[in-house]
Design a protein around this ligand. Structure first.
Ligand code: ADP
Ligand code: ASP
Ligand code: MG
Length: 408
């Protein structure tokens, strides 16, 4: 007997038929004697619909009230899922994030989980129930409903698996595993049987939406056995996220390519080239809880320099107003500009550690297609570039081919 957390994404609960099929899978696992916790997302499209509704009333919706609205999507699907299980004669009970007490910080729309009260869930499991928990939502110390950021149900799933010390966390989605890149962009992409935790973390952080980054972080911290599978197929082992490097096989240098259309680039032109400038620019941005990703500062010429960084597209205007109101005059910058027509493409692989020339191969491949690189950042196992968003798909396709990632 094992304790398994199964998380089902939006397309896997898109309509009553999909929910019935989910319930049938849970029934099969239950019949084998396993204890099952199900985490569900909202029906596909529902979270977007709720966000648009909010925006019809307030252009930049108040985050607390937005969370009150968007968290309802998951409340509908937990009820439906519990009903579908009952229809199969299975004891089932649903819980919202607040009812479980998935305690988060108060960063509305991108809250972090602080702790989970697993007591009631454990009791229910011991009493023979399948427990159905709403993904994506929690509650802060003052009882406010919070949400965990887009794709946050993955994180609910893995965090619950960690809190319950589950034997496995299964992420059911509309693809049958983690691929070398998004199969919607490159149909030749290949499914990976296994991927190292480090690579998955890097792919997720660079924008592969198949797993939310925080879910991978939780899996790493608590060593949760994590697998990505298709909810549309009965067979198949999906992709296992592994914690050890596999030295038995020849590893490819590059394991995958990620991309991100959600970032915008902000440039502060003509700032004095002196100590403290990076802090004066980014300090107020951090205080406003805006996440910064890539950062570039050019070497100074004639005593001034340019400073460029990227933020989430949703936060570009907020960051621009902070800089224009609080920073520009103060540091004497010539100009501040924003560009949200950019995209980031990243190649990822632990094999980079032991191979040279990967960056130059990447840059040559892009140059041969006439794709200009606007920013570059690297880590030990990743090279990321920012390009004009209109070249994104081309860049991913040519890199996928250049690094021989296609299915054999
Ligand atoms: P869910 O609603 O089940 O959480 P998501 O849409 O969030 O599903 O994530 C699954 C999608 O992730 C796939 O349909 C695919 O388009 C996309 N994706 C991006 N990168 C990858 C990758 N490397 N491997 C598999 N899928 C990927
Ligand atoms: N429903 C939320 C979203 O669309 C959470 C999730 O699907 O994981 O982002
Ligand atoms: Mg998702």
């Amino acid at each position: 007997m094992a304790l398994i957390v199964q998380k089902y994404g939006g397309t896997s609960v898109a309509n009553p038929e999909r929910i019935k099929s989910l319930a049938a899978r849970v029934a099969r696992y239950k019949a084998l004697g396993h204890q099952i916790v199900v985490v569900v997302s909202a029906m596909s499209g529902e979270t977007n619909r709720l966000i648009s509704l909010a925006k019809e009333i307030m252009q930049d919706p108040d985050p607390r009230e937005l969370d009150v609205m968007v968290s309802t999507g998951e409340q509908v699907t937990i009820g439906m899922t519990a009903l579908a299980l009952m229809e199969l004669g299975i004891k089932a009970k649903s819980y919202t994030g607040t009812q479980v007490k998935i305690l988060t910080d108060n960063a509305h729309t991108k809250a972090r989980i602080l702790s989970i009260d697993e007591h009631n869930i454990k009791q229910d499991l011991d009493d023979g129930y399948v427990v159905v928990v709403a993904g994506f939502q929690g509650v802060d110390a003052n009882g406010n409903i919070t949400t965990l950021g887009r794709g946050g149900s993955d994180t609910t799933g893995v965090a619950l698996a960690a809190a319950l010390k589950a034997d496995e966390c299964q992420i059911y989605t509309d693809v049958d595993g983690v691929y070398t890149t998004d199969p919607r962009v490159v149909p030749e992409a290949r499914r990976l049987n296994k991927i190292t935790f480090e690579e998955m973390l890097e792919l997720a952080s660079q924008g592969s939406k198949v797993l939310q980054i925080r879910s991978v972080e939780f899996a790493g911290k608590y060593k949760v056995k994590l697998r990505v599978l298709s909810s549309f197929e009965e067979e198949g082992d999906g992709t296992l996220i592994t914690f050890e490097e596999d030295n038995t096989m020849e590893q490819p240098v590059i394991s995958g390519i990620a991309f991100n259309r959600d970032e915008a680039k902000i440039t502060v032109l003509g700032v004095p080239d002196k100590p403290g400038i990076a802090y004066q620019i980014l300090g107020p941005i951090a205080e406003a809880n805006v996440d910064v990703d890539m950062i570039i500062q050019n070497t100074g010429a004639d005593g001034t320099t340019d400073f460029t960084f990227t933020v989430h597209k949703n936060e570009m205007n907020k960051a621009l107003s902070i800089l224009r109101d609080k920073v520009q005059g103060h540091i004497g910058a010539r100009e501040i500009s924003g560009d949200d027509k950019i995209a980031k493409v990243s190649i990822v692989g632990v094999g980079m550690r032991s191979h040279v020339g990967i960056a130059s191969q990447m840059f040559r491949t892009l140059a041969e297609e006439g794709i200009n690189i606007q920013m570059i950042s690297t880590s030990e196992i990743k090279i990321a570039v920012v390009v004009d968003e209109k070249y994104l798909e081309l860049a991913v396709r040519v890199l996928h081919k250049a690094f021989e990632l296609e299915a054999a």
